[in-house]
Design a protein around this ligand. Structure first.
Ligand code: PLP
Length: 378
């Protein structure tokens, strides 16, 4: 059995040992409820406040602007529903064709309720047009939703320019920054963002903890009623995971620069070697403006799904652009939006993380090359 080589860090990441260490005491001995008014409860509440400050700092927000949720999908849903409830007279939303399912599904639901949604198209590199966005704005537009970084291609979107447009037309602007956190600088004030979502498990914290940033003075309507999280999100707080998230964002300050240099070095080296050693390779996305860790690579004539399974037999884990349900493998909506030639060039997504090594990348390229040679010989 080969040692596991995990190259799917945009799907989820390994929990950092240092994060685990700070989390465990709150599952073992320090399990009091932060709403309890005795000293032990208040001590936990203080810990939650420390974690909130750390999260706020990493995006240049204020502590009061941070709401902890169960995941970024919840944060996205809450942000959209909040915008809807705050603008009862308007019916038009602008988003893109390449958002995460938690955004697109919410939009489909709103369309059923009579809202109008403009889905901005992208070009073959997955880039958006700011002119198209501005032209789509009407008096009826109350919400713009554009992700900061795309999970499949790694593309970075012009959030600063979109924030400026949203401000100019007085429109609520939500961005999903799940893949961007730790990889690029996020400053909610500079970017003029109204609401923003984050997720713990993409930055080496556990699954099941998310964040919604809401700009001060924006009314907040809860999805889950109760008195926690400034009355905005009910439910006893997930203390251990909130503290874990605080540690994970703190590690971003310490490691971010070095980690991103390493990720980009490994990703670029991997792409260069694949192109040198294998013929007819195509890399999707905006190659000049993308996350340092992501690569969507297609090899002519070999389906991404097949490559993924063959790599798995060597203990190498990548993903495809496909969202599979149990019976049909549907082409990814992101690649469909890019009008990708999936017949000839169906990609695998490689997303590197801080634990990947140069030796792992060499092993991956070697295995990929031998798989392609074998397939092409047939
Ligand atoms: N948004 C993006 C861009 C993602 O990649 C993901 C996770 O795959 C999510 C949202 C959802 O995050 P969570 O698993 O915390 O709900």
């Amino acid at each position: 059995m080969n040692a596991k080589i995990y190259l799917d860090n945009n799907a989820t990441t390994k929990c950092d040992e240092r994060v685990l260490e700070t989390l465990l005491p709150y599952l073992k001995d320090e399990y009091e409820n932060p709403s309890s008014i005795y000293t032990l409860g208040r001590k936990i509440k203080e810990k939650l406040s420390e974690a909130r400050k750390k999260v706020a700092k990493v995006i240049n927000a204020k502590e009061e602007e941070i709401i902890f949720t169960s995941c970024a999908s919840e944060s996205n849903s809450m942000a959209i529903m909040n915008a809807v409830k705050n603008h009862p007279k308007q019916r038009h939303i602008i988003t893109t064709k390449v958002e995460h399912a938690s955004i697109l599904e919410a939009m489909h639901d709103l369309e059923q309720q009579g809202y109008y949604v403009t889905y901005l198209s992208v070009n073959e590199k997955g880039q958006l047009s700011l002119e198209e966005l501005e032209q789509a704005i009407t008096k009826d537009t109350f919400l713009i939703v554009v992700m900061m970084a795309n999970n499949e291609l790694g593309n970075l979107y012009p959030i600063k320019e979109i924030g400026a447009l949203a401000e100019k037309y007085h429109i609520y602007f939500h961005t999903d920054a799940v893949q961007a956190l730790g990889k690029i600088k996020i400053d909610v004030r500079d970017l003029k963002i109204t609401t923003l979502s984050l997720s713990g498990h993409k930055i080496h914290a556990p699954k099941g903890i998310g964040v919604l940033y809401v700009k001060e003075n924006t009314p907040v309507q809860p999805l889950i009623y109760g008195h926690q999280e400034h009355n905005f999100r009910g439910g006893t707080e997930n203390v251990a995971f909130i503290i874990a998230l605080g540690t994970a964002v703190e590690l971003i300050y310490q490691d971010e620069y070095q980690t991103n240099i390493k990720l980009k070095y490994l990703r670029d080296k991997m792409e260069k070697e694949i192109k040198e050693r294998i013929e007819e390779v195509y890399i999707y996305g905006d190659l000049e403006n993308r996350l340092p860790n992501t690569s969507s690579i297609a090899i002519k004539g070999i389906k991404g799904e097949e490559l993924m399974l063959l790599l798995e037999s060597f203990g190498i884990y990548v993903s495809t652009g496909s969202a599979c349900n149990s019976e049909i493998a549907e082409p990814s909506h992101v690649l469909v939006a890019c009008k990708a030639n999936m017949e000839d060039y169906s990609p695998i997504r490689i997303s590197l993380g801080k634990y990947n090594t140069e030796a792992e990348i060499e092993e991956f390229v070697k295995r990929l090359e031998s798989i392609v040679r074998l397939k092409r010989r047939k």
